[in-house]
Design a protein around this ligand. Structure first.
Ligand SMILES: Cc1ncc(COP(=O)(O)O)c(C=O)c1O
Length: 429
C-alpha cells in the first residue's frame, strides 16, 4: 500500500497539533508507523487519503454498531440540521432520548446528557459523592473511565492502598481519594472497604472491560460486588460507555442480570456524534442542580444534532429484536475462524469475546485481569497490525483495545479477515 499522502498530512499535523493527533491512541505509537488519515467511511469500510480501502474493526472506537453512514442516522441528522444546530434551551428530542434509554435499561430512572464518556463518568462520581457525602471511590486496575484527573490513577506499590497519578498534571490530592482494586478479585475490594469503612462513595467498573483488550468480569465477582455495595451503602456505577447498547440492548447489566445504581454511556448513544450520559436511581440523580446541590452543566449537552443521531440509533436498536443475534452470529463466525487459524499454527493465544466486542491477545495465558493482559507480546501485535493493514484490514493500533464488529460486516469481509489473519501470523511465527 502507498501511504504517501497520510505521511505528508501527519508531518503537517505535527506542526499544529500535539503529536499530530487529537487523541493519543490514533498516533500508532504502540504499533509504530504513521497514522492513516481517513477521508470517508461506508458500511464496513474506510478509505484513507491515499485512496486505500480497508475493512475496519474500530468503528470510531465503538459508536458504529451499524457500520459507517447508516442511512437512518444520516437522514435523521439531515432533517435535524434544517432546524439549526443548538439552542441552549430544552428540546423535545431530549425527552425522547431520556425516555428510550430508561425504557431499554431498566435500572435507569433518570438520565442526564453530556458530551463525552469522560464527562459522564466524572459527573457520575460527583453525584455519588454528593449523594453519599463520602469522598473516596474504588476503580479497577486496567479499566479506563476517561481522562478526568481522579481516574488517571494506578495502584500504589507495596503498603500503599491509595493510588498514585499516572500522568503529570494530576495531583497527589486527586490520587488520595481514588482507591485501586484488582479486576475480578473480590478480596482486593473487601480489604479496601474494610480499611476505609464508611468513606467510600462509589465503586466504578467496566462490567466488560474493553480498555485492557476485552476482559469480561466473572458473574460471581460482579454479584459479590453488588452485594458489598448494598451492605456498605456504596453506589455501584457500571461504566457502560463501551458495552452499553453494544453487547445487548440493555448493555452488560442485561447480559449479567445485575443492576447498577448508576450507569454511564457514550459512543453508540451518539450515533457517531459527541455524546455521553449518566443516569440511575431517581434519588441519586435528583441531587443534581437545579433541584439538588450537586453542580453539573454543559453548553452543548443534549444538543439536537447529537440527540437526533443517537435517537435514530437507539430507535433502530429498539425496533430490531434480532439485531444482537445477527451481531452474535457474525462475531462467532469470526472468532471460530481465528481460533481455527490458531490451531493450524499450533498456537493457543487467548481470545476473549462478548457479543461484538472481542480481542485476540498474543499470550497463551488466559486473560482475566490487567496483569494477565500485560503478558501479551505487544511487539508481535505491532507487526501483526501492519501485516493486516497491508492486506486491507484495519485493526485497533494497540493490543489493549477491542475489535468491534458491526452489522455492516459481511461474511465476505469476515472471510477476508480470517484469511489475512492466517497469512499474517504464518509469516510472523
Ligand atoms: C469504558 C469507557 N469509559 C469512558 C470512556 C471515555 O469516553 P470519551 O473518550 O468519550 O471521553 C471510554 C472511552 O473509550 C471508555 O471506553
Amino acid at each position: 500500500m502507498n501511504y504517501t499522502k497520510s505521511k505528508e498530512l501527519f508531518e503537517e499535523a505535527k506542526h499544529y497539533i500535539p503529536g499530530g493527533v487529537n487523541s493519543p491512541v490514533r498516533a500508532f505509537t504502540s504499533v509504530g508507523g504513521t497514522p492513516l488519515f481517513i477521508e470517508r467511511g461506508e458500511g464496513s469500510r474506510i478509505y484513507d487519503a491515499d485512496g486505500n480501502e480497508y475493512i475496519e474493526y474500530i468503528g470510531s472506537w465503538g459508536p458504529h454498531l451499524f457500520g459507517h453512514n447508516p442511512s437512518f442516522i444520516m437522514d435523521a441528522l439531515k432533517s435535524s440540521l434544517k432546524n439549526g444546530t443548538s439552542f441552549g434551551a430544552p428540546t423535545e428530542l431530549e425527552i425522547k432520548m431520556a425516555k428510550i434509554i430508561t425504557e431499554l435499561v431498566p435500572s435507569i430512572e433518570k438520565i442526564r446528557m453530556v458530551n463525552s464518556g469522560t464527562e459522564a463518568t466524572m459527573s457520575a462520581i460527583r453525584a455519588a459523592r454528593g449523594f453519599t457525602n463520602r469522598n473516596k471511590f474504588i476503580k479497577f486496575e486496567g479499566c479506563y473511565h476517561g481522562h478526568a484527573d481522579y481516574f488517571l490513577i494506578k495502584a500504589g506499590s507495596g503498603a500503599l492502598t491509595f493510588g498514585v497519578p499516572t500522568s503529570p498534571g494530576v495531583t497527589k490530592g486527586n490520587a488520595a481519594d481514588t482507591l485501586v482494586a484488582d479486576y475480578n478479585d473480590i478480596d482486593s475490594v473487601k480489604s479496601l472497604i474494610l480499611e476505609y469503612k464508611n468513606e467510600i462513595a462509589a465503586i466504578i467498573i467496566e462490567p466488560i472491560a474493553g480498555n485492557m483488550g476485552v476482559v469480561p468480569a466473572n458473574k460471581e465477582f460482579l454479584t459479590e460486588l453488588r452485594t458489598l455495595c448494598d451492605e456498605e451503602s456504596i453506589i455501584l456505577i457500571f461504566d457502560e460507555v463501551m458495552s452499553g447498547f453494544r453487547v445487548a440492548k440493555g448493555g452488560a447489566q442485561e447480559v449479567y442480570g445485575i443492576e447498577s445504581d448508576m450507569t454511564t454511556f457514550g459512543k453508540i448513544i451518539g450515533g457517531g456524534l459527541p455524546v455521553g450520559a449518566f443516569g440511575g436511581k431517581k434519588e441519586i440523580m435528583d441531587t443534581l442542580a437545579p433541584i439538588g446541590p450537586v453542580y453539573q452543566a454543559g453548553t452543548l449537552s443534549g444538543n439536537p444534532l447529537a440527540m437526533s443521531a443517537g435517537l435514530a440509533a437507539l430507535t433502530h436498536i429498539k425496533k430490531n429484536a434480532n439485531l444482537y443475534n445477527i451481531l452474535e452470529e457474525k462475531s462467532k463466525y469470526l472468532e471460530t475462524g481465528l481460533k481455527e487459524n490458531m490451531k493450524k499454527l499450533n498456537k493457543t493465544y487467548a481470545m476473549t469475546r462478548v457479543g461484538s466486542m472481542s480481542c485476540l491477545f498474543f499470550t497463551e495465558h488466559s486473560v482475566n485481569n490487567f496483569a494477565t493482559a500485560l503478558k501479551s507480546d505487544t511487539e508481535l501485535y505491532g507487526k501483526y497490525f501492519h501485516k493486516m493493514l497491508e492486506r486491507g484490514i484495519y485493526l485497533a493500533p494497540s493490543q489493549f483495545e477491542a475489535m468491534f464488529i458491526s452489522t455492516a460486516h459481511s461474511t465476505d469481509d469476515l472471510d477476508k479477515t480470517i484469511e489475512a489473519n492466517y497469512l499474517s501470523l504464518k509469516e510472523l511465527l
